[in-house]
Each structure stands twice: as structure tokens, then as C-alpha cells.
Design a protein around this ligand. Sequence first.
Ligand code: GLY
Length: 343
Amino acid sequence: MSTRRQFLVGAGAALTGMAAAGRASGRLVPSGNPVDPLRIAGSGMDGLEKPLVVSTWNHGVPANAAAFEILSRGGRALDAVETGVRVCEADPSIRSVGYGGLPDREGHVTLDACIMDEKGHAGSVAFLQNIMHPISVARKVMEETPHVMLVGEGARRFAVESGFPEEDLLTESSREAWQQWLQKADYQPWAPQSDPSLQPAHDTISMLAIDRNGNLSGSCTTSGLAFKMHGRVGDSPIIGASLFVDNEVGGACATGVGEEVMKTVGSFLIVELMRQGMTPQAACREGVRRIVARNPKAGELQVGYLAIDRHGRTGAYAIQPGFQFAVQSKSGAELIDAAHWDF
Ligand code: GLY
């Protein structure tokens, strides 16, 4: 089980710069301390840590920095989780989210996203094309329609009517990767995240935040599995699968192979387990165990869960080594290796 934990030096100044650049380029220093799975998020804290933001993968570092700017000014968790993941949606070098995301097997970039607020309101979009910020469209679905989810052409039309610009999201670099993939057309949706030769298979950004008022919100946005079948939608826009927030309990979110997350309704499961008294860490582990227990091929795929409870305690667990999550609080910013299943 990995226990590596990294603190970001000069968190405040460095992270502001990173957010502007849209990349995690700060110096990372291994702390040498093991991760205490029951710890309070934010190093050295012995009580409730507010505000707090957590998100998946190292691209969560600049995303958290943007979110924390809002939280530290006393802003709402909902605004923070939308603003945070927009950093990744706009970054063409992140090839699993938004602009520059790897396309499906027919060369179309199709995006999925969802958002939830402290009152249990939810919005989502799926199979959305040519709109850079699906998370903001999802928020508009939540706030300005009587529905939870819009898909495909209907979602695109709603976005355009709401003022979102239409843009070609396929960058030259992603087009080249797709054309290279076409030479063999070898579909590897189950590729473990830890195998660099198969990167990037899936690294959705999911984010959870708790604001100064103790309110929780969450967001999730992705271009989905690289070179997926045209029309494929994963867990990311599915409330309860990729994301669930209950202000009285906590929030959970997912990354990885969405089919497995959907079949176990992972994030809802984790929040319900926390409601029954499990720590975020134990609940995330149980979410992974449900996948591993029912799928003999689980060792060939990656799913990572991340959770916080309403007290600001964090937990994370993945099937494979390699899943990292980013944490930012007034104590600073950290990038932490999640615990993983021991096959
Ligand atoms: N978790 C992202 C996807 O499967 O599309």
C-alpha cells in the first residue's frame, strides 16, 4: 500500500501561479510521513478544517488553487467547485477533460459533467460537443431548468442559447494521438492508470469542497475514456455514480473506468456508508471492495474514490496504485498517494 504524501512548497504563492498557468508545476517535496487514513485533512489539524477542497489527480492541484481562492474569501462551495474544475476544462494539455480531451473512435470530443450543491440540487450534461465548459452548462441545467440532465444535441442547443460559445475542442495534439490510435484501433478501456504506455486512459477531475459555512458541494467533468465508442457515456454525468453530496453527511466522487462505478453506484454508496458511521477512508475502501468482489478482471482496471465528511475528514482508495488526490486548506496544499487494493 502506498503511503507517499507530498507537500507543496510555498503553497499560497506557488499555487496562484500554477492556477494561472493551468498546470501543477510547483516543487513537490515528499514529507516522509505515512498517510493516516483517519487524519483530518490539512496537515497537523486536530479539528474541523474549513474551508477545504479536494480533487482527483495532480491536475487537481491548480484546480484546487482556483477553488480555494473563492473559499478563502468566504465564497460558496458551489462556486468553488465550478471554478476549480474549469481550470482543467480549459487546459489543452490535460487530455482527459474538456478542451484537448482525447476524442472517441470517430474523432469527436464528447464531454460529460455534473454538479451538486449543499441542498441536494443537481445538474448534469452528457455527450456534449463543442462547448469548452460542460460543468457550467451542468450548473445552468441545475439552476435554470426543471430537469437534472440534458444530453447530446439538446444539451448543446441549451448551452448555445445560454450564451456559451461553440468551439472546436479537438487540438492538433489530440488529433495526432487519435490518428496514431487508428493505425491499430486497439481499444484499451481497462488499461490500468499505472501503466504509462497506456496513458491516458481515464483521469477525470472530480472535486469536493466545504465552505466556511460548512456547506458542501461537488463537481465532476471529463472527456471520458479515450477512443470510446461514439455515444458512450460514463459515470461522470450520473448523479450517485461519479458524485454524490449530502450536506448532513459528506460527499464522495470518482475517477476511473465509469462502467464499474455506475454498476455499483459508487459515490452514493460511499456517502450512505459514511451516514452509517464509516470514516471517509473506510467507505472509499468498501466502494472499491464492491467492484473487486464482483469483477474477476478488476485487477486490470482502475477506479479511484475520494470522499470528505461534513467535519472535513478526507479519505481515498483505488483499485490500483497510482491514484493521487490533491487537498488544499488554509494549512497549505498537498498531493497524496491514495491507498489501494492489495490483490
Ligand atoms: N470516469 C470517467 C469515464 O469513465 O468516462
